[in-house]
Ligand binder design. Structure first.
Ligand code: VG1
Ligand code: CO
Length: 542
């Protein structure tokens, strides 16, 4: 019932920041997905008879690859597959299911916030037994296997019925189709004060959540409307669509513009939020105020003990290097550890497993905690709601008070998407080449203090990751960071991260782009962005 198929390697299956992401037609090439999945299995040891979790964000091609993955898991000797009904599992839900059922690992099919559809993006990612993205040593091994693969194994059986919960047999392996929402919703009930949130909502606190026609819809409906009693209709675009309705399921100020406009209006709800394609990102907007993800991390950490799951306090906070230093000030005040990692959730896994960090976050709208090993969009929304229900203040008041206490880190990211790869690499190389000469250089009133290419030394397993982004630090604590994206599927995306710390509360009301104007100009002077990319302005400003 299983067969071994001869194949030839593809040369472009190197996992990026978060798994392998390519256009759907690339994945549709003969044996493309099969090669990658077999290479995952070939990189692992000791899974015979064990459980594998499989789920995806419901995008175009999800069902096809889920069938392939199940049949290959059977042929390769797994004992059981847990798969979400309809092939659906949000990324944080997949992480939780892996942990809860002590699975060997999981295959998560997603290209996250990238658009979906026949000519858009698809992705495959492997998560290890702690529920988190495979660390670099595993993704490196997977990539090595993709370059030498000659055969893959697959069960020669009919498709699994993904739409009926319960157990089925696939070539001697058990496939269990599970409810994608219930385990996750139960976990959320253990972390947050649902009665307090329910009472706050019943008292007239109005929320709106945009699921962006992506995977969080069923989760948000169940948790926010059914369990917490938010008014029917509070969750928008809650049916996951294979093409996300033709939109980018990216919860930022560009792609969730309508939500932003609504939240800035006179009759705005009290709290607005959105999540991305696979449910691990969050956008938080209070009535009249967008909360940057970096600020959200700091504010959540500062108030986390108001939620039952964190009442005992935090062990530490971890943030990715480009994320603003706002969380550092909270950690300092709390007297707990602060860790600075490279971009990508895989770097938080060791810190969480070792109990060094409890809450983690990235400037790219990712926040999460030790409850799973992925970032978690709805979790962030629920922690905010828990804090708001207890403090009974508005988001804007909480933010202002936070800035008054800790100072404000003005922060913005400028993305230049689909830039010519050679031009983008040239820009980074040129920056790297001048690093040694930058300290002491003046740009207007700004003076460069240090400049480097970020290297991370993992304090748990001692692994080292180099070339994780160029940092230019100015006297006084402002900084500009340059990185190339590792999740794009065409050309290169240059990300420029800009930050200024402002301790003076009288200066906390400035428009962010104005507050950062001199740093934005300095970034262009140093990197020659306009000249090298031919762009006069960023594609996306968040
Ligand atoms: C981006 C973000 C990064 C995030 C990654 C995966 O990576 O910057 O913070 O961890 O996406 O998120 P990059 O390499 O394009 O900058 V998701 O929600 O796409 O799984
Ligand atoms: Co995502």
């Amino acid at each position: 019932m299983t067969k071994t198929v001869t194949t030839t390697p593809y040369t472009d299956q190197k996992p990026g920041t978060s798994g392998l992401r390519k256009k759907v037609p690339v994945f549709q090439q003969q044996n493309y997905a099969e090669n990658f999945i077999q290479s995952i299995f070939d990189s692992l040891e000791g899974f015979a008879g064990k459980t594998l979790v499989i789920g995806g964000d419901g995008r175009f091609y999800n069902r096809e690859v889920i069938q392939i993955a199940i049949k290959m898991a059977a042929a390769n000797g797994f004992g059981r597959v847990l798969v979400g009904r309809g092939g659906i599992l949000s990324t944080p839900a997949a992480s939780h299911v892996i942990r809860k059922y002590e699975a060997f690992g999981g295959i998560v099919l997603s290209a996250s916030h990238n658009p979906g559809g026949p000519t858009e993006d698809f992705g495959i990612k492997y998560n290890i037994g702690n529920g988190g993205p495979a660390p670099e040593k595993v993704t490196d091994a997977i990539y090595a296997h993709t370059k030498t693969i000659t055969t893959y194994k697959i069960a020669d059986v009919a498709d699994v019925n993904l739409d009926a919960e319960g157990e089925q047999d696939v070539a001697g392996m058990t496939v269990q189709v599970i409810n994608p929402v219930s385990d996750y919703a139960e976990l959320m009930e253990t972390l947050f004060d649902f009665p307090a949130i329910r009472a706050h909502l019943a008292g007239g606190f109005r929320i709106v959540f945009d699921a962006m026609s992506a995977v969080t819809g069923p989760y948000a409906k169940e948790i926010l409307e059914n369990r917490l009693g938010a008014a029917k209709g509070s969750v928008l675009n809650f049916v996951p669509l294979p093409d996300f309705g033709g939109h980018h399921p990216d919860p930022n100020l560009v792609h969730a513009r309508a939500l932003y406009e609504e939240m800035m209006g006179d009759d705005a709800p009290d709290f607005g939020a959105a999540s991305d394609g696979d449910g691990d990102r969050n956008l938080i907007i209070g009535k009249g105020i967008f909360v940057t993800p970096s600020d959200s991390l700091a504010m959540l950490a500062a108030n986390a003990t108001l939620a039952p799951g964190y009442a005992k306090g935090l062990a530490g906070i971890a943030r990715s290097m480009p994320t603003s230093g706002a969380a550092d000030r909270v950690a300092e005040k709390l007297g707990i550890g602060i860790y600075e990692t490279p971009t990508g959730w895989k770097f938080f896994g060791n810190l969480l497993d070792a109990g060094l960090a409890t809450i983690c976050g990235e400037e790219s709208a990712g926040t999460g905690s030790s409850h799973v090993r992925e970032k978690d969009g709805l979790w962030a929304v629920l922690l905010w709601l828990n804090i708001l229900a207890v403090r009974k203040e508005s988001v804007i008041d909480i933010a202002r008070e936070h800035w008054t206490t800790y100072g404000r880190n003005y922060y913005s990211r400028h993305d230049y998407e689909e830039v010519d790869s050679a031009a983008a690499n040239g820009l980074m190389d040129a920056l790297r080449a001048q690093l040694g000469t930058l300290p002491g250089r003046k740009l207007g009133d700004l003076v460069i203090e240090t400049a480097d290419d970020f290297s991370y030394h993992d304090p748990v397993d001692q692994s080292v990751s180099n070339n994780q982004g160029i940092r230019i630090l100015f006297v006084g604590g402002s900084r500009v960071v340059f990185r190339l994206s590792g999740t794009g599927t065409s050309g290169a995306t240059l990300r420029v991260y800009i930050e200024r710390f402002e301790p003076d509360a009288a200066k906390h009301d400035v428009d962010t782009q104005v507050a950062l104007a001199d740093l934005i100009e300095a970034a262009d002077t140093l990197a020659g962005i306009k000249e090298r990319t031919g762009r006069t302005e960023p594609t996306v400003i968040t």
